[in-house]
Design a binder for this molecule. Sequence first.
Ligand code: PMP
Length: 350
Amino acid sequence: MKLWQDKLRKIDPYVPGEQSDAPGLVKLNANENPYPPSPRVQELLRGACAADFRRYPDANGSNLRRALAKHFGLGEDQVFMGNGSDDVLALCFQAFFASGQPILFPDITYSFYPVWCDLLRVPFERVPLQDDFRIDPRSFDRPNGGVIFPNPNAPTSLGEGPGFIEDILQHNQDCIVIVDEAYVDFGGVSSVPLLEKYGNLVVVQTMSKSRSLAGLRIGYALCAPELCAVLDAVKNSYNSYTMDMLALACGTASVEDDAYFRETCAKVVATRERAAKQLRGLGFTVLPSQTNFLFATHEKHAARAIFEALREKDIFIRYFNAPRIDNYLRITVGTEEEMDRLAAALQEVL
Ligand code: PMP
């Protein structure tokens, strides 16, 4: 053991869903969209000029910022963008969770939250979900350095309405409350309208799921100008450029094609409902999802065994070996054909 080895950072990182492009694979493990991005994005890429890459991108990402502000009916000074919502969330943790008091998030939630806390040395406490896996709004009623939860929550897929979120905001006015809306476009209710009333609310969204742009890494936070300014200051303290040129251009093209966006989300929702019915028919209990994935447990068969058997058949889903949910499976909604293949494979496996 060298002495310098003692000085290296030791940390357990977040582990994303396994990536693979093996032919024939049914990939339902990373909550990706099964449909391509807007044809406008494809058109833009066909016309893209590599020579432009010699220049730095617009540091403020003005076009995308303007498009997002217009889309949400907000001021441009209420939009903060970054390289995927993971980047935006990590910056939020640095910008808003600096009090030294523990921040609060559910015990079952996006597993990146505790990792950022460890990395950024933000103390945290996990508040338990209720037995039905719903968030208990009263669990946040205690002194804290901030609150964060996804709505709909992941991996439970359960969403709550605006009254529920406002209740949490009413009881947490002395800290920043972050609502992570990664999955909101698949039938959830957005908290964006609450921004008008609550200056301490931050809504974070992503183009990775509902806009089929996971590979381009585009995320954003919507909040009061005062909070955006803090996010900008933190970001500009280590990286001046919001996003790369291609991501900025493709993100703008996507936001400007609302019809395609709505159509794709509706298709995913319709397939989700059909797949949930198929799974229930096979003996699964499926939570009522407002996301692009299903969270399910089987009455007779262990989740891990099902996960492994499907893997053998080149069908990737997600299994979390974590307390309370280690007998559940998270299944991304794919195309109708992919979900039929899943159902057929499950029929054999079970
Ligand atoms: N929040 C939640 C709840 C998620 O599940 C994910 C996807 N892993 C993200 C944020 C981050 O998504 P992205 O960085 O692709 O925007």
